[in-house]
Design a protein around this ligand. Structure first.
Ligand code: G3H
Ligand code: 13P
Ligand code: ZN
Length: 326
C-alpha cells in the first residue's frame, strides 16, 4: 500500500489502548531494521525524519528509502513524518516533497506565536491531505539545534490545550509530562535506588496527561523523548571504549501505561542509536582487523530490528494491529 497519514492509526490506537511507534530514520540500515521488525510483527509504523536527518542524508534519499520500505512491506501502513519541523518553510518543503505528516514545533515560541505558525502549517497541510502534530510545553534535552537545560523545561499547562487545538486545527498534540530528549533524561540525584541498587527515575506526570485527556476527549496525544535507554546497551558502549556515564531513560512500564491512556504516538530515537553504536563498538573491539562496512552494519541493523520488535510487542502494544489501521 502507498504511504498513509496517521489518521486511522490514531483512531484505532486511541480506541484500543495502544500507541504507534514513531522511529527516527537517518540511513538505509535504520529504515530496514525498523520496517523488517514491523513487517514480521504486522505493526503499523511512523518513520520520522528530523531537520538534522534531512541535512545529513538529503530529503530525496530519505523519501526514496522509505518508499523502498513501503514496496518491501506491502501489508503494513507506513507514515512518513517530519519530526520537529522548525518553521513553515520546512513543513511546506516536506508536504510538497511526499511526506504524509508533519510536526510544527512552536513550543519555544509564545503561546500566541505558536498558535499562529501552527495554524498556518495546518491550513497548508490540510489543503494537501497531510496531517499535523503541534506541541505545547518544552522538554529538556537536545533536538537539532534547540537545547533546553534540565530544570528549564516546562510541563504542558492543561488549561491551554483546548484553545490551542481549537484555534490551530492540529490533528495531534505533543505534550511535556517529564520525558526528555537524548540518553541522559534524568540526573542521578533526581532518581532513587531500588532494592537491586538500580537508579529509578521520577515518575512521569500522569496527572497532567489525565487532565489533558479529560479536556480533549478522543484526541491523540504524542510523547517525545520516550527512549528507555536499555542498560545492556549502555554497558556495551562502556565496555567497548565508550563513555556514557549515568545514561538513564523512561521506564518502559510507564510508556505502556501512557499508551493505554490517550497517548497514540511514542517517539523513540536514542534507543536505536544506542543499539547501533554499542553493536558497532563491540564488533570493532572484538574484530579489529575488519573494515568492510557491511560486516559491522549487518549486526547493528539486526539489533535495531530486535529492539524495535521488543517495543512493538512489549511497550507500544501495536504488534498485530496493521490490518485494523488501514
Ligand atoms: O528529537 C529529536 C530526534 O531524536 C532527532 O534527533 O535532531 O539529532 O536528528 P536529531
Ligand atoms: P529520544 O531521544 O528519547 O529517543 O526521543 C526521540 C524524539 O522525541 C524524537 O522526536
Ligand atoms: Zn522529539
Amino acid at each position: 500500500m502507498a504511504l498513509v497519514t496517521s489518521k486511522k492509526m490514531f483512531e484505532m490506537a486511541y480506541k484500543n489502548g495502544y500507541a504507534i511507534g514513531a522511529f527516527n530514520v537517518n540511513n538505509m540500515e535504520i529504515v530496514q531494521g525498523i520496517t523488517e521488525a514491523c513487517k514480521e510483527e504486522n505493526a503499523p509504523v511512523i518513520l520520522q525524519v528530523s531537520k538534522g536527518a534531512r541535512a545529513y542524508a538529503n530529503h530525496t534519499y530519505l523519501v526514496k528509502l522509505v518508499e523502498a520500505a513501503v514496496i518491501e512491506c506491502p501489508n503494513i501502513p507506513v507514515v512518513l513524518h517530519l519530526d520537529h519541523g522548525p518553521d513553515f518553510e520546512t513543513c511546506k518543503s516536506c508536504i510538497d516533497g511526499g511526506f504524509t505528516s508533519v510536526m510544527i514545533d512552536g513550543s519555544h515560541l509564545s503561546f500566541k506565536e505558536n498558535i499562529e505558525v501552527t495554524k498556518r502549517v495546518v491550513e497548508y497541510a490540510h489543503d494537501h491531505g497531510v496531517v499535523v502534530e503541534g506541541e505545547l510545553g518544552t522538554l529538556a534535552g537536545i533536538e537539532d539545534e534547540v537545547a533546553v537545560e534540565h530544570g528549564k523545561e516546562s510541563y504542558t499547562k492543561p488549561e491551554e490545550v483546548e484553545e490551542f487545538v481549537t484555534k490551530t486545527g492540529v490533528d495531534s498534540l505533543a505534550i511535556a509530562i517529564g520525558t526528555s530528549h537524548g540518553a541522559y533524561k534524568f540526573k542521578p540525584e533526581q532518581c532513587t535506588r531500588n532494592e537491586k541498587g538500580i537508579l529509578v527515575p521520577p515518575a512521569l506526570r500522569f496527572d497532567i496527561l489525565e487532565e489533558v485527556c479529560n479536556r480533549l476527549p478522543n484526541f491523540p496525544i504524542v510523547l517525545h523523548g520516550s527512549s528507555s535507554v536499555p542498560q545492556e546497551y549502555v554497558q556495551m558502549v562502556n565496555t567497548f571504549g565508550g563513555k556514557m556515564p549515568d545514561a538513564i531513560g523512561v521506564p518502559e512500564e510507564q510508556l505502556r501505561q501512557a499508551a493505554k491512556l490517550s497517548v497514540c504516538k511514542i517517539n523513540i530515537d536514542s534507543d536505536l542509536r544506542l543499539a547501533m553504536t554499542g553493536t558497532i563498538r563491540k564488533f570493532f573491539a572484538e574484530q579489529p582487523s575488519k573494515f568492510d562496512p557491511r560486516e559491522y552494519l549487518k549486526p547493528a541493523r539486526a539489533n535495531i530490528k530486535e529492539i524495535v520488535r521488543h517495543k512493538l510487542v512489549n511497550v507500544l502494544g501495536c504488534a498485530g494491529k496493521a490490518d485494523e489501521c488501514k
